[in-house]
Design a protein. Structure first.
Length: 75
């Protein structure tokens, strides 16, 4: 399975959730910033583009798999 096909659909936390397209817009426009807290450290969620499509990923921190993809889907 390619990385691009394993993209996030929603991003959220305790009591909130945004669709991926909304989260991309919020991050790009500075409305919100997002992060993943795993293993005792925080990693920023950023917007990337691949094959002409924007998607969310975490800033490179050397962890495999990507911290964002390792999380369960938001309910």
């Amino acid at each position: 399975m390619s990385e691009i096909s394993r993209q996030a659909i929603n991003i959220g936390g305790a009591g909130w959730k945004h669709a991926e397209d909304d989260a991309i817009s919020y991050i790009e426009n500075g409305v919100y910033s997002c992060y993943v807290n795993r293993g005792g450290h925080s990693v920023d969620v950023i917007v990337a583009t691949r094959l002409g499509r924007k998607y969310l990923k975490t800033r490179a921190d050397g962890e495999r798999p990507d911290n964002l993809l390792a999380l369960p889907e938001c309910p």
